[in-house]
Ligand binder design. Sequence first.
Ligand code: ATP
Ligand code: MG
Length: 324
Amino acid sequence: MSLQLNDVEVEYRGRAGRTVQAVAGVSLEVEPGEVVGLVGESGCGKSSLARVASGLIAPRRGNVLLDGEEIAPLSWRRRPRTELRLQMVFQNPYSSLNPRRRIGSQLADGVPADVPARSRTDRVVEQLERVGLSPDVADRFPHQFSGGQLQRIAIARALVPQPAYLIADEPVTALDASSQVQVVQTLTGLVRELGVGMLFISHDLALVRHIAHRTAVMYLGKVAELAPTDELWSAPAHPYTSALTAAVPRVEVGAGLPEPLTGEVPDPGNAPEGCRFRPRCPRAFEACTTEPLLRITTRPPAAGTGRQAACWLAHDRTPTGASS
Ligand SMILES: Nc1ncnc2c1ncn2[C@@H]1O[C@H](COP(=O)(O)OP(=O)(O)OP(=O)(O)O)[C@@H](O)[C@H]1O
Ligand SMILES: [Mg+2]
């Protein structure tokens, strides 16, 4: 049982027939009851990954399995039960709710057809209460609520079909600090109490560190490192992880300060040859002209821990360098 992405690629056709490879072969798994954090700089492909994982767009290559069953956008309509098992929460709750309809009636849309009419309202009220709102919210319209309340309404709406997995793409980025805390607590509560599996996307590393069991660090369409969150922070195996985590204020004494990240993220339509991080990497060397694949690390600091990194410094080199 899991939400599983296998070597997924996402490509957009830009202007003048130029293609942008936003996701360049990502494999990732989210298990029930698990929070997997996905971090990385703006434009690295996080939202594209979220869209393909939730079936909103089709992968150019690779596939997405929901509890072993492949999902594809074309099959959504024919497989409504599959769709209900996976729900999304977006950054902007205003855009995911219709301003002209009462909250209760919008949420009732998500109640599965086999639920008897007399229980449909109960199902909606139950989810509103779960996210800390009162039942009378159902009779009101979106404009009557603050951003934080609306995001909790959006979460309640995602929960109405009783999904096994949630994909939350920057769910608190647009909210004020106190609403952020409430929404994060709501989401982590669902994982704990309902055993929902959650892919939590954020550029806020400190937040992801706080809530994710495992963290995937994405760079220019690929996963640079994937590790249990604690270990990723205590001993990053990829120089990009070191640089990102170094930019977050630390409380530990003597943590050592890796070199800060300089330069711009390259255009995904024009990714560097070899390791994508090479032009910005303070530790690049000859090997990096060959692309390192994401593999279990065999060298310190993560050797023997089962952690994965796409960096030659984390691997004993194989003669041809390119097998996984
Ligand atoms: N519909 C689209 N058409 C063309 N290019 C796109 C489209 N959507 C995204 N892109 C490009 O794909 C790349 C990845 O974008 P994506 O939105 O997935 O990144 P992101 O990591 O979510 O960024 P952010 O942190 O800013 O939300 C970017 O270069 C972006 O410009
Ligand atoms: Mg995004």
